[in-house]
Write a protein that binds this ligand. Structure first.
Ligand SMILES: *[C@@H]1O[C@H](CO)[C@@H](O)[C@H](O)[C@H]1NC(C)=O
Ligand SMILES: *[C@@H]1O[C@H](CO)[C@@H](O)[C@H](O)[C@H]1NC(C)=O
Ligand SMILES: *[C@@H]1O[C@H](CO)[C@@H](O)[C@H](O)[C@H]1NC(C)=O
Ligand SMILES: *[C@@H]1O[C@H](CO)[C@@H](O)[C@H](O)[C@H]1NC(C)=O
Length: 606
């Protein structure tokens, strides 16, 4: 009796063990059936390498999955592919995320793992079951999980030798979890959840290169700690704080230079040394072994052109004589001459009406009201003309006048400056704007260091290509300048998206996308731009020309203003002398008019 009971216990124990392993294909089929039902999956993909699983096992598994109408995957169409057709087709093109992947591998080094990573790109949320045929040592297993994490399989369940089950928890460091009894787990917890909100202090290595205004170093005055700054820097800092991620930042020098080198940065990501780069860069030449975030900025790339179109102040006296004013003057004189002088008062002389001394003295006795009105009208007109001139002149003196800046390609080619570019810029410019020959004579090539130095220092020797966001930042340098150094032209060669670079299927990608959307909706970039400018200025990455502006104010503008007064004052003196003489002549004439009968005043032309 006692022995019998023991036997039953043993048998039942054996039964449980049998169900807890996938030695029998039907057990695996049952397990998959349960997973498919619980998670409402639409598809199942089975991948195997040669020798990783016996064909009979696979046949039995297929049969188990499709056996009867109550099976979850019963109605799915089937597709068989072999590696021979060497198309790099991805599963992700055929299947959505509601898919379970079954990967049979010989051992933890099997190449099928890498193949799966390539083919299921973009499907790292999907549940993936790795079945390793061979027993693995714990060290091998650790290495294997590290590889899985590098390839970003976030929801992976590993089965070793059909009966040992392992999961991982990657945060804060990769931890392997042995699952003793599969049936004891809630089916929702069999696969690790692919996304987490709190990374529990997970550490990522972050390479930092200098790219003002997007990334640069800043030393906090209070804590004396060096921190990442810039539009990209602040965003990454804030995001990582939200996710509870520790940043392990390092200066990434390439060939002795700290300037941004995107080739080197993407190489780091492809080699698996870093997960994310905080640098914003356009994706004109995307690297397909790297993922890109949503565009954090979309900005057009145009030219910044030296502003050398100031009109000399000594020419200001002539400026109010616009074409219209001249025309008015001519028109008035013609009307006066032909309508009034010739028709209405044929025997009067124009100069007398204008009140030129000596001319009208002859007629000082017989004044008609009509003539007085005409005189009044003409004098009024002249008065208005003079007022218009002086108002314009004074308003010109209050500002700095410039000519219209170059805003078309022809005007750009006519400018005496060359365009400073990096060799990599040429293709984009010429492809968009054409005129390859004109541009080829205009371009002046240089290395990134010189280019950055000259552009950020606003060296007025060259024209530079620049994106709108960067221009808005650099433009802050000259905001207090009375005479701006550069202007942003309307000659643009396309809008480019600026994106962050991430490891393929990175676990940071979705969090970054959500965060980018929040930042854009809140308009935080605008606020950060000002903060970044102050910090970049304090760290000496750029100049603020405001101090220079004060200097200019003190040294140049005041003496200039005094100089300006000299011609004005001389003109005033001339006027004074002239009117004095006129006054004297007038007095003499009026005396003469009272004493004698008026002499007939004749004009030489009359
Ligand atoms: C169909 O599946 C149900 C439950 O999964 C099982 O009880 C039944 O025996 C199966 N029928 C056949 C014909 O295999
Ligand atoms: C970040 O993670 C650490 C380690 O798990 C934890 O102690 C800390 O409370 C977390 N911080 C926040 C803000 O959640
Ligand atoms: C490194 O810099 C030196 C000198 O600036 C240059 O000659 C060399 O080509 C550079 N090497 C690489 C790999 O860029
Ligand atoms: C950028 O990095 C690549 C790869 O490391 C290197 O070949 C190239 O010379 C670097 N460019 C510059 C300008 O240093």
């Amino acid at each position: 009796m006692f022995i019998q009971i023991l036997l039953v216990l043993l048998i039942s124990g054996y039964q449980i063990r049998a169900k807890e392993s996938f030695v029998l294909p039907s057990d695996l089929a049952q397990f998959l059936d349960r997973i498919g039902r619980v998670h409402r999956l639409h598809a199942i993909t089975i991948v195997n390498s040669v020798g990783s699983v016996s064909p009979s096992y696979l046949d039995e598994l297929h049969r188990g999955l499709m056996r009867n109408i109550s099976n979850h995957f019963y109605l799915l169409p089937q597709m068989t592919a072999t590696d021979e057709d060497f198309s790099p087709m991805r599963f992700s093109r055929l299947q959505d995320e509601e898919t379970v992947y079954l990967v049979f591998a010989k051992d933890s080094m099997d190449a099928v793992i890498q193949l799966q990573a390539q083919r299921a790109r973009g499907r790292r949320y999907s549940k993936t079951l790795f079945l390793l045929r061979k027993q693995e040592s714990y060290q091998d297993l650790e290495r294997f999980f590290k590889l899985l994490w590098t390839l970003q399989f976030r929801s992976a369940l590993v089965v070793v030798a059909s009966e040992k089950f392992y999961q991982m928890d990657p945060y804060p460091t990769i931890r392997i979890i042995r699952m003793r009894r599969l049936s004891a787990y809630d089916p929702h917890h069999l696969f690790p959840p692919p996304n987490r909100r709190n990374f529990g202090g997970y550490t990522i290595r972050l390479p930092v290169q200098q790219d003002v205004p997007n990334t640069f170093w800043y030393q906090n005055r209070r804590t004396k700690a060096w921190q990442l700054e810039g539009l990209g820097g602040i965003l990454i800092n804030q995001l990582m704080e939200n996710l509870n991620v520790t940043l392990d930042m390092f200066r990434f020098e390439v060939n002795g230079s700290l300037l941004m080198n995107m080739t080197a940065l993407t190489d780091l990501i492809v080699q698996g040394k870093v997960e994310l780069s905080p640098h914003l860069y356009d994706t004109l030449h995307p690297n397909h072994l790297v993922d890109y975030s949503y565009p954090a900025q979309v900005a057009e790339r145009c030219f910044m052109i030296p502003l050398d179109n100031e009109i000399s102040r000594s020419l200001y006296v002539f400026l109010p004589f616009s074409f219209l004013l001249w025309l008015c003057l001519l028109f008035t004189l013609l009307i006066v001459e032909f309508v009034f002088v010739r028709r209405l008062m044929p025997d009067t002389h124009l100069w007398a009406i204008l009140g030129v001394p000596g001319a009208g003295a002859a007629r000082c006795k017989n004044r008609k009201p009509c003539r007085s009105i005409t005189t009044f009208l003409i004098l009024g007109g002249i008065f208005i003309l003079v007022q218009a001139y002086s108002t314009k002149l004074t308003s010109f003196l209050a500002v700095t006048l410039t000519r219209r800046p170059a805003n078309s390609l022809e005007e750009l080619f006519r400018l005496p400056y060359r365009i400073l570019v990096l060799p990599s810029d040429v293709e984009a410019i010429v492809a968009s704007l054409g005129h390859a020959e004109e541009f080829s004579t205009k371009f002046s090539f240089t290395n990134p260091q010189t280019f950055e130095d000259k552009r950020i220092g606003m060296d007025p020797e060259y024209i530079y290509p620049i994106s709108k966001v960067r221009w808005r930042f650099f433009d802050l340098q000259q905001r207090f300048l009375r005479k701006k150094r550069f202007f942003f032209s309307g000659i643009c060669h396309g809008s480019f998206p600026y994106q962050y670079q991430l490891r393929v299927d990175s676990h940071l990608k979705d969090a970054l996308h959500r965060f980018l959307l929040h930042v854009q909706q809140a308009g935080l970039q605008e606020v950060w731009l000002e903060t970044c400018f102050r910090r970049a200025h304090r760290m000496g990455y750029l100049n603020d020309f405001s101090t220079l502006a004060e200097l200019e104010e003190k040294l140049r503008l005041r003496p200039l203003a005094l100089n300006l007064l000299v011609p004005a004052f001389s003109l005033f003196l001339c006027g004074l002398v002239g009117s004095g003489i006129a006054f004297l002549v007038e007095i003499r004439q009026s005396f003469g008019c009272r004493q004698k009968p008026p002499p007939t005043n004749r004009n030489p032309g009359d």
